[in-house]
Structures are given as structure tokens and as C-alpha cells.
Write a protein that binds this ligand. Sequence first.
Ligand code: ATP
Ligand code: MG
Length: 394
Amino acid sequence: MPAPTIDEVRNLLRAVIDPELGDNIVDLGMAGDISLEDGIVTIGVKLTIRGCPLRAQIQKDIRSRLEVHPWVQKVKIDWGEMNADERSAVMSRARWNAKENAADTAVPNNARVLAIASGKGGVGKSSVTVNIAAALAAAGKTVGVLDADIWGFSIPRMLGMPDRLEAERINGSEKPKIIPNERVVGNGLLKVVSTGMLVEDEGTALMWRGLMLTKAVEQFLNDVHWGELDYLVIDMPPGTGDVQMGLARMLPRTDLLIVTTPAVSAQKVAIRAADMARRSFLRVAGVIENMSSFECAHGESYPLFGVGGGQALADEIGVELLGQVPIEPTVAAGGDSGEPVVLHGIGNAATVFARIAQRIIEDTPDVDEMAGCSARDEDIAVGVTVRRTLDPQA
Ligand SMILES: Nc1ncnc2c1ncn2[C@@H]1O[C@H](COP(=O)(O)OP(=O)(O)OP(=O)(O)O)[C@@H](O)[C@H]1O
Ligand SMILES: [Mg+2]
């Protein structure tokens, strides 16, 4: 594998968002000199102030974004501090962004994007999507759900949300924006879009076949009035790499969660999804094993689809196995009735889904809880609360 060019490295770094300033570190001017030698990327990063509490997060993000490139063995970061002029330039850019972002179009910068993918169809991506999304909402989060399975959509049925989508002009925008359908879950909210909410029936959906997959997904990302979101969960179509590539281009900060069944043969197929992730430089955030075993009424467990595939896959890609969801008729029934099983807490599958959602929440930096850098203006509210600490160095 040849070394990436400096421009390619810079593009990968565009996925690293400074959550307080709501923009990526390249366009903010925080990423400086880049050098490449013997598998080692050395990059200069200037923080707005030396003791910036976001430093650890930025470091982690830079590493994980660059390490997906097969050439990269190691990432070295030379930390620096901006001078007063640079700091004021970055602040005015952030302020400008804050205004621009208010255009309500795209996915907000502080939303964590999780795409549920697999190497093959029918392993439970959509079931995982609706249950994780519902569990996140039940935990009080605002969760966007994007059904990227353009012709094979199943999200409307699985969430019991069959209504047509409406479009509206937002703040005098020229083009009307699609308004996601909403469903309140506990203290949280689901905001859902799917082609299933645009077409009359599955027959009409077939007529859309001429439409490019990526175009449709692009529309869902750009022409939907998402408003505030904590998470965007994307149900990926089976097999195709087009949508994944499109996502990598449009939302490079997307994290993939790969679903696999426990059979070792399935794990080999799932590796393809991870491979595709690597090629599109998307980060895999974890593996979820679905249909792990079936427990009968007498409490006996039957591993119908084999054992160990999830862990083997997680080990192979070097990420964590986030959970093993057993086969339970309530999962399928919940999908048919539009009531994700996790919302009713019945059985082990519900418990596992809830636990996975909890792990996702724990793994997502809560910008509201981080003390802000003292150099940052109070008035830059990029969908996040910016707090000011009294730092004598500022
Ligand atoms: N843990 C489970 N226990 C029981 N049934 C399940 C479980 N997970 C999924 N199913 C069922 O298996 C079938 C396939 O699941 P699902 O539609 O979620 O998979 P998918 O990966 O999204 O499929 P596709 O590739 O066609 O989009 C569905 O009927 C679903 O209800
Ligand atoms: Mg599906």
C-alpha cells in the first residue's frame, strides 16, 4: 500500500471535529505541518489554549481517523498553541460557521453518526437499527433514523410510522425541506426518514430503481430538516458499497457498527464490510452479534447459528464486541408490530439492546459536560453548550 498524499491525510483529518467550535481541525486551521515517513504520520496541531480539555478527545479522533489508512503504522502529534491572531481568526471562522450551520439543512455537527452495516443481508441490521435508536431515545436522546435501504426499506413498519413525509420551506429557504416524521419515546425523540415514507407502496418503490442510490441518500442528508440531533442512526442496505462510499464522502465522521451472525462463515462475509470500511476510511466502532442463540422455555440455550463469529470478527478488526443478541420471537414480533422490543423490556434480547445503547452513550463524548476552553467565546453556540472556565492563562 503506497503512502497517502499530504492532501489525502488532510482529507482524513477533515473528519476530526472540534466539538466546541463545530468544525473540523483542518478548516479551523488547527492542523499544521504534516510529514510522512516509514509508516509514521507526524502532524502539528495547534490548540486554542495549551490546557484545552478537548485535547485528549482530539488526539483520540486524529489517531483513529488516520490509522484506518493501511499505510499508517503510527501517528505522532506535535502539540502547539495558537497565538492571539490565530486564535481570533479561528474564533471568527467558528462564529461564521455557527451562522452558516443555522441553515438547518445538513446533519448537525455535534450529532454522532452511526451506520449499521453488514457483509450480507438478513442478519438483523434493521432490527438492530430500530432497537438501538429506540433505546437511545428512551435514554432521553434525540435520535435521527435514516433508512438508507432505499428499495428494501423496512424502518417505517418496524417503528410503526407509516405516514407520508411532508416538505416545508424552512426560514424562507428556496427549496422546501423534508420534515422527518417524529415519534416521542420516553423523554427522547425519534426523527425518521425513509423512502417508504415517500412512495405509495413497495410497487412504486420499484419505479425508483433508476435513481442512483447515493443520490437518494445524499438527499436524505442534505434536504431533510434534521434540526437538533444527538445521534443519527443509519440503516444500511445489504451488500452495496455505493452507499458506504457516498457516506464516507458526505459524512466522513460516520462510525460503522457491523452486525454479524455467530456462524464463522458469516464472520468471513462480515469481514467484507470491515474491508469496505477500510477502503472508504470509515471507522468501525464495534461489532454486534445477532441471532446468537435461542433459549427455550425451559431455559436451555441452543446456538442455532453457530458460536463465536462475533468475537472472532471483533478480534480480527481490532474493535470491541458490543453485545450478543439472542434469537427471540419477540424481536421479530416487535418489528412486525412497530414496537421495538427494547421499549418493552421483555426478555434477554431487550436487555442486550439496552446495554449496547448504554455503551454507545458512554463511548460518546458529552460536550455539555466538558469544561470549555477559556479561549472560546461564550456566544459560539454550535448546537452545543459552551461553558467558560476561568483560566488565568487565558
Ligand atoms: N434477534 C432476533 N431474534 C429473532 N428474529 C430476529 C432477530 N433479529 C432479526 N430477526 C428477524 O430476522 C429477519 C431479518 O432481520 P432484519 O430485517 O432486521 O435484517 P436485515 O439485515 O435488516 O435484512 P436486509 O438485509 O434484508 O435489510 C426479520 O424478520 C427480523 O424480524
Ligand atoms: Mg434491513
